[in-house]
Design a protein around this ligand. Sequence first.
Ligand code: ATR
Length: 289
Amino acid sequence: MHIQGGQVATKADKDTAPARYAVMGNPVAHSKSPAIHKQFAHQFGHNLEYTALWVDTDGFAEAVEQFRAEGGKGFNITVPFKLEAFELADNLSDRARLAGAVNTIRFESDGKIFGDNTDGTGLVHDLTKNLGVHLRGRKILVLGAGGAVRGVLGPLLKQNPAALVIANRTVSKAKDLAKAFAQLGKIEAVGYDDLVGKRFDVVINGTSASLKGEVPPLPVNLFASNAVAYDMMYGDKPTPFLEWAMLHGAETAADGLGMLVEQAAESYLLWRGVRPETKHVIAALRKGG
Ligand code: ATR
């Protein structure tokens, strides 16, 4: 394990060592999390250090123990270690158990490892608080059926939408997910062809298609009036899905930068007991800060 990315320390108290946090991933060099947590710590005058730790694909458990031995208090987990983190945790939050993945770990004073998942709550916060999108009673379509989608279904269903539909290229994967979450609310799985003639208020892209510059094979007339298109991915410019959505009738298009900051705020709350202000942090990141 070695450290990439900037070290983050607020000098609130020069006499005591900063509390150590991190994000572990591979790749992780371009992670925005150190910059986000630096701004959070500044808000409260907390003396903490948050680093990006590159971890060998077969070295996750070892890296966790090393970080703990070095005095780490907790850390975030990104690709490809969220499932391993889930396996490693001694105790899990309900939302981590539902997600089947862990993106936040806290080392407990009794030596146990507590695993949480703040991704879905982060998405719901961004939609409802930052973008003012009401989810209760709305028709929501989620595209994709991989780990990213699994992580957000629980918190979305908790908002009591009128319908939650999962569409995926491989329909069997969507059906498995719908079955796993059926007891939490009305949830349906379909293929892209089945979307013809249906309209949704909120369409969330949780596929990795944007990474390849692709858009899932969606029918036109997908968006109801005043519909919102949301891509869990983000970048310097609108994702291919968001470009498609604006051309095909979506009223609002938003990328996943807000979700990234909101999931970080939830992690900060778990570690430090306070939830940072996020709007200015999102705005600063948009400006490249
Ligand atoms: P993650 O953990 O990020 O969710 P994943 O588990 O590999 O990654 O899942 C990727 C998702 O993106 C899947 O739902 C995949 O569809 P399939 O299950 O049918 O493979 C979806 N996906 C990737 N590229 C896509 C494309 N070009 N069009 C539509 N869906 C795509």
